[in-house]
Design a protein around this ligand. Structure first.
Ligand code: KMT
Ligand code: NI
Length: 175
C-alpha cells in the first residue's frame, strides 16, 4: 500500500497522479481507515463481524470490454456508504481514492493497493475506486450481516438533496 495526495494534472484517470506528497498508514488511521497487509481473513471476519463475502474480478478479460468500462464508470463516481467498505486485494492492483475530511473534503488521497492489502473504509467517507494502468483487480468484498450498499453520490444525491444530509446526520454521519 502506498498513499499520497493526488495531483491536479489532466490525463488518464488510471494513471498514478502522484503529487509527490506521501501519507502513511498512521495518517489514514486518523481518517478512520484501517489497513493490514496479508491479514488472517478469518480472524478479521470474526473480530469485526463480517459474515458474508464475495469475490469480484475487474478486468477486460474477466468482464469483457463493455462491462469493464461500465463497472469503472460506476466505481469512479464519488460516493459514501452508511456501512464500512472492506476489501482484500487477492490479485492485481488498483486505487481507492478517499477525500481528506481533515482538509474539508477537498483533497483526494490516492491509496494504491495490491495483492494482500486489506483496506477498510469507515462509514461516511467520500471515496471512489479504479483499476490502475495494469487494468486488473481481483478483490474479496467483506460484508456485515445485512449490508447496506446504497451509494450516496456526492454530486447528484448529497449536494442536491438536503434530506440525505439530515438522514446521514441522524445515524451519526456528518458530511
Ligand atoms: C466499490 O464499492 O467501489 C468497490 O467495491 C470497488 C471495487 S472492489 C476492489
Ligand atoms: Ni463504495
Amino acid at each position: 500500500m502506498r498513499a499520497y495526495y493526488m495531483d491536479d494534472v489532466d490525463g488518464s484517470f488510471t494513471a498514478p497522479h502522484n503529487s509527490g506528497v506521501s501519507l502513511d498508514a498512521g495518517y489514514l488511521g486518523k481518517l478512520g481507515i484501517q489497513y493490514q497487509y496479508n491479514p488472517d481473513v478469518e480472524k478479521v471476519a470474526v473480530e469485526q463481524g463480517y459474515k458474508n463475502r464475495d469475490v469480484i474480478g475487474i478486468s477486460k478479460e474477466v468482464l469483457g470490454e463493455e462491462e469493464y468500462q461500465k463497472k469503472l464508470d460506476i466505481f469512479k463516481v464519488e460516493h459514501l456508504h452508511t456501512d464500512i467498505e472492506a476489501r482484500l486485494i487477492l490479485d492485481g492492483s488498483g486505487y481507492f481514492d478517499v477525500r481528506d475530511r481533515l482538509q474539508n473534503n477537498e483533497k483526494w488521497i490516492r491509496i494504491a493497493v495490491e495483492k494482500d492489502d486489506l483496506i477498510i473504509l469507515p462509514p461516511g467517507i467520500f471515496h471512489r475506486f479504479t483499476t490502475d494502468d495494469n487494468g486488473y483487480t481481483r478483490a474479496m468484498r467483506l460484508f456485515t450481516d445485512e449490508p447496506k450498499w446504497q451509494p450516496y453520490n456526492r454530486s447528484n444525491d448529497i449536494e442536491k438533496d438536503p434530506s440525505h444530509i439530515e438522514y446521514l446526520k441522524s445515524i451519526g454521519i456528518t458530511v
